[in-house]
Design a protein around this ligand. Structure first.
Ligand code: GDP
Ligand code: MG
Length: 717
């Protein structure tokens, strides 16, 4: 059986030495057709295999800058050798892995040979080849080509590679950061769907080559002018964006990220150098502090806390503006429109719905601004690196921490920006698990419910109640993540390279642009869905409404009340408000939501909830803020301001249907059940509508289970 084995590597890595060792005297030196690049071929027999060994020219890269590089690259693509051995100078791993990455990105399976191991050992450096091999997903062999050490192992591995069924081409996928990845994804889609260059090259690789302005690939691309033009256009747009935001070209970003990937590879205890040999540049200096065993985590928590505080305290001000603007708008609308359904639809359905969506934008804006800073500066990668060990236990990733904190890991967060913050996660399974579990934390809209119930049933211990509830949220989030990762999102945590790009000062303009893009996406996409749902919910809480008789009865009551003699105007006002509240309660009870709430009583009773609580919880699907105010309406107290719910907590305490266990059960339910609709819409956008639906179902079932357990066990005690 005939086969081809190609040797690749940097100049001076010992390729020719290895080649001579493998082939002995059976070799032949010529030229590649038409050019002066030397072509060295030899023969080698491994058992039944008759192998042609090709010593390709030494290169540092696979761009098309030099003829050597082009020869090596085209040999890989066109001759498709049965095995490719890359020879690395192990004393200079960073530089030589750069070439390996590019070969892997091309989808060619390789055997990596770490040559010059004698020198490595002499310098007292140790290399964990097993780990490196797992991270890269390729076999790695140690070798001293000069003495022939490692030859047998290499022959065995090469034979295996040649006889084995070739695995389908799987390209190494390196992330090139938010902007480039997005463009590469789009390019890949275009290339795949148009069968560009007949699928001879991996599509992502072609995209990269366009971004690198690779002369050879650009020339090939001309054969399909329309796709070529589109790809050029995408490249130009991206290049323009990179110049504006980061003051650099895509090409140099690509190189940066490759080196970042390599330093991530080598950081994880793969290479241990004697301390005297440590390299020192700015990034290393910063890292001695920022990823220090003690100071690192402390600084990290300080930074996380600061970011959280800044997001929500700075966000409060513009959120207030948005709120008062929409308040003003609904007042104006109520004043100008004749009272009735249309006014109710516009005020409660549309204005409140749109206001609810836009109300989140200041938070998202500020959060993404800080997040852009952490990401663009390179610190985010370090954070993930430090936390990865802990989060990995739960099937999550170091980057999961931000989404968790922002969603309410510190009470008062919000799952909407929290879920969006999960974009920094690049491994898809961990991202899904993070997005699905982050809504278990104590977001700012749940907190008033907790405080209300704590005030009613655990007077004076609001703060400690909130502490335990928050802790409960974390426990549930982490445990569910673990459960999800071993069931529906099963999959081994792939040995994952944490990319550690060099620290870089982000530009203000770049951060603003990044921030704006994300905020605009939110407004555009989430806005339309939420408006529609908000109108549906309004309808559910309005129709069919009380019968005419009932309305007439309240009118009569009003008339009689007004006709009676009152001591003061205030007393009359109060009596009339009482009637209004009773009417509002009646309206809610006779609405679709009220009917569902009542119909659900048999189901909700085991958890301790009656129809009033059910309505409030149904409203909570729209926004958790609605829970307290709906409870207010259902207990005919009128619209209750969540901040001042003293009246409501007294009412609940004295109500015979309520006790401590109902309260605890309800707290658990509110903490865990379906995320609000804005969050669901964002989840759908980030990881797909199937998962969004799953999160509604899973969370509600889980919440119900926990609440029933709490109530049933509690009542037996
Ligand atoms: P090429 O440019 O990749 O073909 O590299 P060569 O085979 O010409 O080797 C470059 C230099 O490295 C030569 O001086 C070799 O003797 C030396 N060399 C090759 N392999 C080893 C090795 O395993 N250990 C050491 N110490 N030197 C080696
Ligand atoms: Mg040579």
């Amino acid at each position: 059986m005939n086969a081809t084995l190609a040797l690749m590597g940097n100049p001076n890595s010992g390729k020719t030495t290895l080649f001579n060792n493998l082939t002995g005297a059976r070799q032949h030196v010529g030229n590649y057709p038409g050019i002066t690049v030397e072509k060295r071929e030899g023969r080698l027999k491994i058992e039944e295999l008759d192998i042609t060994v090709v010593d390709l020219p030494g290169t540092y890269s696979l761009t098309a800058y030099t003829q050597d590089e082009l020869v090596a690259r085209n040999f890989l693509i066109e001759n498709n050798p049965d095995a490719v051995v890359t020879v690395l100078d192990a004393t200079n791993l960073e530089r030589s892995l750069y070439l390996v990455l590019q070969i892997l990105e091309l989808g060619t399976p390789v055997i990596v040979v770490l040559n010059m191991m004698d020198e490595v050992r002499r310098k007292g450096v140790s290399i964990d080849t097993t780990r490196l091999s797992a991270l890269l997903g390729t076999p790695i062999l140690e070798m001293v080509a000069r003495t022939g050490e490692g030859r047998e192992a290499l022959l065995k591995e090469a034979r295996k590679a040649m006889l084995e069924q070739r695995p389908a081409r799987t390209e190494l996928r390196i992330s090139y950061g938010h902007d480039l990845d997005e463009t590469l994804d789009a390019m890949q889609e275009l290339i795949d769907s148009s069968n560009f260059l007949d699928g001879r090259y991996p599509s992502r690789w072609l995209g990269l080559k366009y971004l690198e302005n690779d002369a050879e690939v650009l020339a090939l691309g001309q054969s399909k002018p329309d796709v070529h033009a589109r790809l050029r256009e995408m490249t130009a747009t991206l290049a323009d964006h990179c110049r504006k935001t980061l003051n650099t070209e895509p090409e140099s970003l690509i190189a940066d990220y490759r080196y970042g990937f390599i330093s991530g590879l080598l950081k994880d205890g793969v290479v241990t150098r004697p301390t005297t040999q440590a390299r020192f540049d700015l990034t290393d200096k910063l890292d001695t502090v920022l990823t220090n065993r003690l100071a690192g985590p402390l600084l990290m928590f300080a930074i996380i806390y600061l970011m959280f505080e800044l997001t929500f305290t700075l966000g409060e001000v513009p959120m207030g503006w948005v709120e008062s603007f929409f308040g003003w708008l609904s007042e104006k609308a109520s004043a100008t429109l004749p009272e009735g359904l249309l006014s109710s639809l516009i005020v409660s359905g549309i204005i409140d719905g749109v206001g609810g969506v836009l109300g989140f934008t200041p938070l998202i804006l500020i959060m993404f601004f800080f997040l852009s800073f952490l990401e663009d500066s390179g610190y985010m990668a370090r954070m993930a690196y430090m936390l990865d060990r802990v989060f990995r236990i739960f099937g999550l990733h170091g980057c999961s921490v931000m989404p968790f904190i922002i969603s309410g890991g510190i009470p008062g967060g919000c799952a909407v920006p929290g879920v969006m913050a999960a974009r920094t996660l690049r491994s898809p399974k961990e991202k899904i698990a993070t997005v699905l579990t982050a809504p278990f934390l104590s977001c700012g809209a749940k907190v008033p419910v907790f405080l209300l119930l704590a005030a009613a049933f655990f007077p004076g211990s609001g703060a400690s109640a909130l502490f335990w509830i928050t802790l409960g949220g974390w426990v549930m989030a982490l445990l569910s993540a673990r459960i999800l990762r071993s069931t529906v999102i099963k999959g081994e945590a792939t040995p994952f390279v944490m990319e550690l790009p060099p620290y870089r000062m982000p530009t203000l303009k770049g951060m603003c642009l990044h921030t704006w893009e994300r905020v605009w996406q939110y407004i555009k996409k989430a806005g339309t869905v939420i408006l529609a749902i908000s109108i549906l919910l309004w309808a559910a809480m309005t129709f069919p409404g009380p019968s005419e008789e009932q309305t007439a009865r309240f009118e009569d009551q009003r008339a009689t009340t007004q006709a009676m003699a009152w001591d003061s105007d205030e007393a009359l006002e109060e009596a009339l408000t009482g009637i209004d509240n009773a009417e509002a309660q009646e309206a809610l009870r006779t609405s679709l939501a009220g009917m569902i709430g009542t119909a659900l009583e048999p189901v909700s009773k085991p958890a301790g909830f009656d129809w009033r609580t059910n309505i409030a919880l149904l409203g909570g699907f729209a926004a958790k803020e609605v829970i307290v105010s709906s409870l207010g309406t259902a207990y005919s107290l009128g619209e209750v301001d969540p901040e001042e719910s003293v009246g409501l907590s007294e009412k609940l305490r004295s109500d015979p249907a309520w006790n401590v266990w109902v309260a605890v059960s309800l707290i658990a339910f509110v903490l865990l059940y379906a995320p609000c609709f804005v969050t669901v819409a964002v989840i759908g956008r980030e990881i797909g509508w199937k998962w969004a639906a799953f999160s509604v179902g899973f969370n509600t079932v889980l919440a119900y289970g926990v609440s029933v357990t709490i109530y049933q066990v509690g009542m037996k005690l």
